[in-house]
Structure formats: structure tokens, C-alpha cells
Write a protein that binds this ligand. Structure first.
Ligand SMILES: Nc1ncnc2c1ncn2[C@@H]1O[C@H](COP(=O)(O)OP(=O)(O)OP(=O)(O)O)[C@@H](O)[C@H]1O
Ligand SMILES: CC(=O)N[C@H]1[C@@H]2OC[C@@H](O2)[C@@H](O)[C@@H]1O[C@H](C)C(=O)O
Length: 366
């Protein structure tokens, strides 16, 4: 185990939308956040995105040399641009996630990154949880618990990440520790931006529906929305998690609609999935704080606000950075791993017992 008290940790996350790598520094002892440091972003170039897109769904042992080299190069560039950290949390690029099947696969070798950066690197955060019967995701909730404390929350609240997939964390800050019974409930709500992006690319050759410009011109098709909500995933009790493309066939539900109605309907589906998710909260949260790219979509945010009883705000309302929250989470989790503290528990992944996931790789001589 590393000697890790309060330190500056650097986290990196590259999400399911394959846009690039976020990196951010957090001052933390793995329990308390003392402050947030600088952050940086390294976009994947179009050619790199194509290589990664072709690698989606692949498992270790398959032909991944080019994709792996580019993931590691992009991480070395962005992590190397931020100085002063003593420890790195490296998530890796998720290519496949089948917690009840083949496991989970995040591309990139943390041992090579440790060598390249000259710093200890914590990586492979999800496998230990899956080995113990957990979903392996979401993992940000232990960080959300610390965030709730950092903003001084006294009543239960919820964090929502609207990335390719949506994920929700209910936090009860009255509990002493995140792994305590009732402190956290977390799960993936359903598809969020991924189907919208896929439809925009297929029909218009554009990567996403910027500011909800197309969705705002359309109407939600109620029939398609109801068919979507009939999916058995919404009946499953949490914790539960999704692969990026678990719901890719939902685009078929809007195939007969014009572009604006189709995108409005997919946007409505993302919001409705969150509403379904909120019904699982043990107590109504006082507020919903939204991170991830979807918070920039005013149509999605309006749909959420209209259907929920609590205020819906971007995390910036409480001084957090909604673009960097996941990178910060892996900085915080790295310190937890270094201290042997749990990173998931029954309430967040369904794992049998609270577990400290992750592998620590040190550069030679350290
Ligand atoms: N101004 C905007 N208007 C509408 N949508 C936006 C805007 N900005 C970002 N998005 C959406 O957010 C997506 C990126 O979100 P984010 O970076 O949170 O995803 P991710 O981290 O890759 O995914 P995940 O959290 O599922 O791993 C974009 O692909 C786009 O769909
Ligand atoms: C397997 C995997 O990479 N899952 C991601 C993905 O992106 C959002 C959602 O699906 C969430 O489950 C998770 O990431 C966040 C950071 C998490 O683990 O909390």
C-alpha cells in the first residue's frame, strides 16, 4: 500500500462518446476533498475516433495494438501537461462492458503509463468489483459522496451524469461513510446522448444536436416513448449498468419520424429514463445536480425540470465543474485505492461486500 494521506491526485477519464480525454487534479485524502486543481482536455482526432470506434466491443487478446497505442499516447500527452500530482488515477477507454458475461474492458496499460509519467498509476478500477458479483459501474458515486460533503449538503440529493449513457447517484450525506447502509444508491438510468449522436450522424452527418437546436423544433412521439419505457431494463431494481450500445436498437423506434421529431423523441426518452430512475431513490432528493455534456442541452434540461419535483441544475450551481467531474472522480478514487478504502459497495454496484478495486503500478525504482 502507498503512504497516501492528503495529496494532489490526477485523474483521467475518456467517456463512451469517444470525444477525448479529460484530466483533472484534486487535493484529497480519499475521504475529504480539500480543493480542486487545474484540468486539461485532449480531444481524439477524427482518425483516432475512427480507430476507437472500430475497436468497440473488442476484448483483450483481439487485434487492438493501434487503438491501445493511441489511447496511451493521448493520456500521456494530457496527463503530462498537468504538474504537481503525486498519484494518477487512469480509467482507460471502455471498449466493452458485460458484467454478467465476459466482464469489462478498459483499454490502456497503466503500468506503461506509470513508466511514461514517472508516477504511480492506479488503474483497472472495475474488475475487482465484477469478480465479487458487482456491476463494475458506476464508480463515481464514492466521489459524489465526498462532493456532497464539499458543498455542505445536509439533505439527500442526487447527481446525474448525462454522457453517452446516463447515470444517477442518490447521496444521503447524513451517513458517516459512503459505504454505510443507505448512504448511496447508484445506477445507469438508460441511454442519454449516445442514440441522439448516432441519429444525428446517420441522418445529418453531424456529431450531436448542438444546444438541442433540432429537438426544439420537434415533438415527442408518445407511442415510441411508451414502447421504449416497456424495456425490461426499467423494471430492474438498481444497482444496474449498461454498455454504450445496449439500447442502440431504440433508434428503430423513431425510424419513421422526421429528423426533428426523431431527435425530440430520443431526447424525451433520455429524460424519461432519468424520471424512472428517480423513482428508485429511497427519499425524494432535495435537488438534482447535472454533470456531463447533456447539461448543455436546454431541451433535455427543460424536459427533466418539467417532470421532476425538485430543482434541476447544472453542477456549476454549487461550484463544481460538470465537464471534469468524472476525471476528478478517478483522482479521488485513486487515493482511496492507495489507502485501501472501498471504491464500491452494494448500493452502488450490487457488489457482495464493499471492495477497493484497482491495481497500482509504480515506475521502476519507485
Ligand atoms: N452544447 C451541447 N448541446 C447538446 N448536446 C451536447 C452539448 N455539448 C455536449 N453535448 C452532448 O454531450 C456529449 C458528451 O458528453 P460527455 O462528455 O459527458 O460524454 P462521455 O463522458 O463521453 O460519456 P459517458 O459519461 O457516458 O462515458 C456529446 O456527445 C453531446 O451529445
Ligand atoms: C463501463 C463504463 O465505462 N461505464 C461508464 C459509462 O459512462 C457513464 C456510465 O457508463 C457509467 O456507468 C460509467 O462511467 C462513470 C464515470 C462511472 O463509473 O461512474
Amino acid at each position: 500500500m502507498l503512504k497516501a494521506g492528503r495529496l494532489w491526485a490526477l485523474g483521467a477519464m475518456s467517456g463512451t462518446s469517444l470525444d477525448g480525454v479529460d484530466a483533472a487534479i484534486v487535493e484529497t485524502d480519499g475521504e475529504v476533498i480539500f480543493g480542486f486543481g487545474p484540468s486539461a482536455y485532449r480531444a481524439y482526432l477524427p482518425g483516432e475516433q475512427a480507430v476507437l470506434a472500430a475497436a468497440l466491443g473488442k476484448w483483450p487478446g483481439e487485434d487492438l495494438a493501434e487503438a491501445e497505442a493511441l489511447v496511451e499516447r493521448a493520456h500521456l500527452e494530457v496527463l503530462g501537461s498537468l504538474n504537481g500530482a503525486a498519484l494518477v488515477g487512469f480509467h482507460g477507454q471502455t471498449l466493452a462492458h458485460e458484467p454478467q458475461g465476459r466482464g469489462t474492458h478498459q483499454l490502456g496499460d497503466g503500468a506503461r503509463l506509470a513508466q511514461g509519467l514517472g508516477l504511480p498509476v492506479v488503474w483497472d478500477f472495475r474488475s475487482a468489483d465484477i469478480r465479487l458479483g458487482g456491476e463494475g459501474a458506476p464508480l463515481a458515486p464514492f466521489f459524489h459522496f465526498a462532493c456532497a460533503r464539499w458543498i455542505g449538503a445536509e439533505a439527500p440529493l442526487a447527481f446525474l451524469n448525462l454522457g453517452g449513457v446516463g447515470n444517477l447517484t442518490y447521496v444521503n450525506p447524513r451517513r458517516a461513510r459512503p459505504e454505510d447502509e443507505g448512504a448511496l444508491l447508484a445506477f445507469d438510468t438508460g441511454p442519454a446522448n449516445a442514440p441522439i449522436n448516432d441519429l444525428m450522424m446517420a441522418r445529418r452527418g453531424e456529431p450531436y444536436d448542438r444546444d438541442g437546436a433540432l429537438a426544439r423544433q420537434g415533438l415527442v412521439a408518445q407511442g415510441a416513448l411508451e414502447l421504449f419505457l416497456d424495456e425490461s431494463y426499467f423494471l430492474r431494481m438498481p444497482p444496474k449498468s449498461l454498455d454504450r450500445d445496449t439500447f442502440s436498437e431504440m433508434i428503430g423506434l423513431v425510424s419513421e419520424l422526421g429528423d426533428a421529431d426523431a431527435v425530440a423523441t430520443l431526447t424525451g426518452m433520455a429524460a424519461a429514463a432519468v424520471l424512472r430512475g428517480m423513482e428508485h431513490c429511497p427519499e425524494p432528493p432535495a435537488r438534482l445536480l447535472v454533470a456531463g455534456g447533456g447539461r448543455h442541452n436546454p431541451v433535455m434540461m427543460r424536459m427533466l425540470a418539467a417532470s421532476l419535483d425538485c430543482p434541476v441544475e447544472p453542477v456549476e450551481a454549487v461550484g463544481l465543474d460538470g465537464d471534469m467531474l468524472e476525471a476528478q472522480a478517478f483522482a479521488h478514487l485513486a487515493v482511496r485505492v492507495a489507502r485501501g478504502l472501498p471504491t464500491s459497495c452494494a448500493g452502488t454496484t450490487g457488489v457482495r461486500a464493499a471492495v477497493s478495486g484497482g491495481t497500482i503500478s509504480r515506475p521502476e525504482g519507485m
